[in-house]
Write a protein that binds this ligand. Structure first.
Ligand SMILES: *Cc1c(COP(=O)(O)O)cnc(C)c1O
Length: 386
């Protein structure tokens, strides 16, 4: 597959026909039919033929075809948030009595889904350190139905050996799911290694402009059908035609944005790696990254996320550093145009994010599309305030 085909043509009708340069927004809740027969025929393929927009909608389908092409899967479904995609993927595969093996410290609301809702429905889990593929496989039990991966992982970017996990799981009939948000489908395509379901927070790179919340799930036709009939239609966490159109628009520049993010991140990462006021740098493309083999095997390029620990144990110092940042705005999320800093110590009173073992001096940075020299200048000023 050529990336250019996926971004610029896939799902938009064939060349040589009269098609709009920008796909139409089918802003409609339902579709109407001339005859009983037409209506009945449509309902036989409700996952493919537009009938009602909680199911198939042409604008949404155009987006889904592009995302499937990017992840090299047969199908994709899009959702109103990344968390909806994660929940749909997991809940389509488990029932009471089943067990999930999950990387430790996945995205906060994924962790909460396992700890609260699924636990309440009788689905158990174990969290296993995300750098340790051996331990992940050793934690599998006879009742394990899902292995849930995040590679690179949230905040600390540990990686798992996808090919090994997929081969092991296939033998045992276990479904493998990966949250691939951090890499993006341009930098890592887990389906090539046999992972069954890829989910993304499309609020990050795929939409890329900090203007929407959305989720993506990519998988085989067989699983997509099962998920469509299950959580997609019943929980109904769909993406609107307009937001699907916005994401199609964003995909035109995905490759350029990811290139810029990668080159910016390398420059900023190198600056941080050598800085005396940084005691620890978590970044897949740092020289000190502890899993270079997995990085080189699975990741085409760097992403914009990196986490630092400042040379202080005092909260006041951390505040001074953060408050001195001007170009890096303080905020959650990432993957947009704008550089962001997320101090872990802000989360102590949060509904979900806080974990007692998170060091007070930890700050996650997202390097966006700005001039990297200006970003370094901003960080340098903030280090002076420390
Ligand atoms: C943001 C994020 C999510 C959740 O996605 P939303 O679009 O915010 O619902 C899931 N996984 C990872 C790794 C994320 O960073």
């Amino acid at each position: 597959m050529d990336i250019n085909d996926a971004l610029f043509h896939t799902g938009e009708g064939s060349a040589f026909t009269d098609i709009p340069a920008s796909p139409a927004i089918y802003q409609t809740s339902n579709f109407v039919f001339n005859t009983f027969e037409d209506m009945q025929a449509c309902l036989e393929h409700e996952d493919k033929s537009p009938f009602y927009s909680r199911g198939a909608n042409p604008t949404v389908q155009t987006l889904q075809k592009k995302l499937a092409a990017l992840e090299q899967t047969e199908e994709a479904l899009v959702f109103g948030s990344g968390s909806a995609a994660v929940a749909a993927a997991i809940m389509s595969q488990v029932q009471a009595g089943d067990h999930i093996t999950c990387v430790a410290n996945p995205y906060g609301w994924t962790k909460k889904l396992l700890n609260t809702i699924l636990q309440g429905y009788g689905v158990t889990h174990d969290f296993v350190p995300a750098h340790d593929t051996d331990a992940l496989l050793a934690a599998v039990k006879p009742e394990t139905r899902v292995i849930f991966l995040e590679s690179p992982n949230s905040w600390t970017y540990e990686m798992q050996d996808l090919e090994r996990v997929a081969a092991f799981a296939k033998q045992k009939g276990i479904t493998t799911i990966i949250d691939n948000s951090c890499a993006s489908p341009l930098n890592q395509q887990p389906a090539k290694y046999g992972i069954d379901i890829m989910v993304h927070s499309a609020s990050k790179y795929l939409s890329g402009h900090a203007d929407m919340v959305a989720g993506v799930l990519c998988t085989s036709s067989k699983m997509a059908k099962q998920i469509f009939q299950g959580p997609y239609m019943t929980l109904g966490g769909i993406l609107s035609p307009f937001e699907s159109w916005l994401m199609i628009r964003s995909l035109r520049t995905l490759e350029m944005r990811m290139d810029r993010v990668a080159s910016n991140a390398l420059v900023v990462g190198e600056y941080l790696e050598n800085h005396p006021k940084v005691t620890k740098l978590y970044f897949t493309h740092a020289k000190s990254y502890p899993q270079p083999e997995l990085r080189d095997k699975y990741l085409k390029k760097a992403g914009g996320l990196m986490t630092i620990e400042l040379d202080t144990t005092e909260l006041e110092q951390v505040k001074s550093f953060c408050n001195a940042l001007k170009r890096f705005k303080l905020g959650c999320s990432w993957g947009g145009f704008e550089s962001l800093a997320f101090p872990a110590a802000t989360t102590t009173g949060s509904l979900n994010y806080h974990s007692d073992d998170t060091p007070v001096n930890r700050v996650r940075l997202y390097v966006g599309l700005e001039n990297p020299e200006l970003l370094i200048e901003d960080l340098s000023n903030a280090f002076d305030a420390l």
